[in-house]
Design a protein. Structure first.
Length: 213
C-alpha cells in the first residue's frame, strides 16, 4: 500500500498544469492582505485567491496595511473573475483577478487588479514567477513597477523598500512549511494539479479517475 501511495504522489507531481482557461467567479468577502482575497462563489463555497504576478508588503511591513486597504477599495464586496492555472503550496488558487472598472461599470470585468496594485505602488512585480505570465503581462507588470518607482508612488517613497520575499526570509514568523499531501482527503490541491475526492479510494485528476487502493 505504501508503494502505491508513493507512486500516486509521483504521478501527481508529473501531471501537467491545468489549462490556462480555468475561470472562477464570485464575490469578494474578505481581503486578507495586499495580494490575497477570499471569494464566495454562486454555490456558497469559499475560495482563497492569491493574486498572480505580484507580491505585496506583509502586514508588519511599511505600507502593508495601506496595500490591504487599496486592494479592499478595488475589490471589497465586489464580483470578480479569476483566471487561473495553478494552486500554491498553501492550497490557494493563484490567478489573475478581474473586476469592473470603477469609472465604467458597464465595461465588464476588464480591470486587472494585480496590475493596479503595482501601478498604485502597493505591490512588487513578482519576478520570480514571471515565467508563468504571458509575454504581454510581463511587459505590463514590469513597466508599471518601473513607472511607480520612478514617480515614487506608494511604497517607492521609501529610500530602500524591503521586498516582502526578503522580509519573510529574515523573519521566521512568516515562514510556513509546505502542505503535506494527505491521501484520501477531499478537496486536496497540490501545485498546479486540481485533485477532487470522488470516493474514499479514488481521485479525479485532470478529468481522469485514479484508484490508489
Amino acid at each position: 500500500m505504501r508503494r502505491v501511495i508513493s507512486s500516486l504522489i509521483l504521478l501527481l507531481l508529473a501531471v501537467p498544469s491545468l489549462a490556462a482557461d480555468h475561470t472562477l467567479e464570485g464575490r469578494v468577502i474578505k481581503v486578507i492582505d495586499g495580494d490575497t482575497i477570499t471569494i464566495l462563489d454562486s454555490k456558497k463555497r469559499q475560495h482563497r485567491i492569491r493574486l498572480a504576478g505580484i507580491d505585496a508588503p506583509e502586514k508588519k511591513q511599511p505600507f502593508g496595511n495601506a496595500s490591504r486597504k487599496q486592494l479592499g477599495d478595488l475589490v471589497g464586496g465586489k464580483n470578480v473573475r479569476v483566471d487561473f492555472d495553478k494552486f500554491d503550496h498553501f492550497r490557494r488558487i493563484v490567478g489573475k483577478v478581474w473586476v469592473f472598472p470603477p469609472d465604467c461599470p458597464t465595461c465588464g470585468k476588464t480591470l486587472d487588479v494585480g496590475l493596479m496594485q503595482i501601478k498604485s505602488g502597493m505591490a512588487w512585480w513578482f519576478r520570480r514567477y514571471a515565467h508563468e505570465q504571458s509575454r504581454e503581462d510581463r511587459a505590463r507588470y514590469e513597466f508599471a513597477e518601473r513607472e511607480a518607482k520612478t514617480e515614487k508612488i506608494g511604497l517607492w517613497r521609501d529610500v530602500n523598500p524591503l521586498p516582502p520575499w526578503s522580509f519573510r526570509h529574515s523573519n521566521s514568523n512568516y515562514i510556513r512549511g509546505e502542505a503535506t499531501p494527505i491521501i484520501g482527503t477531499c478537496g486536496w490541491q497540490y501545485r498546479s494539479c486540481l485533485v477532487s475526492c470522488i470516493s474514499k479510494d479514488n481521485f479525479l485528476i485532470n478529468d481522469k479517475r485514479i484508484n490508489h487502493s
